[in-house]
Design a binder for this molecule. Sequence first.
Ligand SMILES: Cc1ncc(C[n+]2csc(CCOP(=O)(O)OP(=O)(O)O)c2C)c(N)n1
Ligand code: SF4
Ligand SMILES: [Mg+2]
Length: 284
Amino acid sequence: MSTADVEILPQSYKTDEHPIWCPGCGDFGVLSSLYNSLAGLKINPKDLVVVSGIGCSGRTPGFIKSYGFHSVHGRVLPVALGVKLANPSLHVIGVGGDGDGFAIGGGHIPHAARRNPGFTYLVMDNSTYGLTKGQYSPTSPVGFQAGSTPYGNIEQPINPLAMLIAYGATFVGQGYSGKPRELSDLITKAMEHKGFAFVNVISPCITFYNTYKMMPARLGELPKDHDVTNRVKAFELALQTDKTYLGVFYQVRQPTFEEGVANIIKSAQASSPPRLEEIFAEFD
Ligand SMILES: Cc1ncc(C[n+]2csc(CCOP(=O)(O)OP(=O)(O)O)c2C)c(N)n1
Ligand code: SF4
Ligand SMILES: [Mg+2]
């Protein structure tokens, strides 16, 4: 992967399009952290592809000077995997919301996690469907009141970190849009990771579910001596939902999907695969 040979600054990634998010939306913090990480890593915009789903968060590719694909609701992961597989030398980032990723797109998560493709998946988790006016989402708490749950949500929320650790993602972390410097460090680590890197970002929707006031009391640091390769411990920490821990919960190095595919191609090229006529002959 090449890095830019000219000086590159966070603002170098800004497009002419101004985000139309509500003033104060958490997604602004995520975007500025992302600009900082990209500049710190000196990623050449021509080597970057940002893939999104649908939602307020799904607008992100429009605000980053790079290749971008504002795809279909819930389909960030298969599209990003396809991009990475087509050209493994690209830096690929998938972005989307909690509804996009954990509701309609939830079925893709186990397969992305176990295949371990080399890209970063950022979920801007505001625990609501922001774009469609604040319905409850898979991460809304019990009791959440909205137009779709006027008597309060009765469903237990998904725990994204525990889910991704359980499914075998090789990098699992959590950040907060209100702590952009720490978030940028986390995104940088995720992008440097070789394999599937999942980052859940608490990114409040100030219009439909403003959690900014309650967040400071909830925030917690992961224990300094936490061994990120200890999956059981990472799972235990992910389950401690009385605090919102920020940082890297889990990280291990395992073969990536694209490395596996490259090996298959090598093996196939080194052997003499059956000719098509031979395969067809079997069905005669
Ligand atoms: C197939 C399909 N179903 C439903 C929708 C309507 N829809 C658009 S965005 C969205 C949910 C957005 O919530 P989330 O993914 O959390 O993103 P946010 O807006 O909160 O960033 C829904 C249900 C759609 N666009 N396509
Ligand atoms: S509706 Fe919520 S998530 Fe969407 S832009 Fe406004 S504050 Fe952000
Ligand atoms: Mg959302």
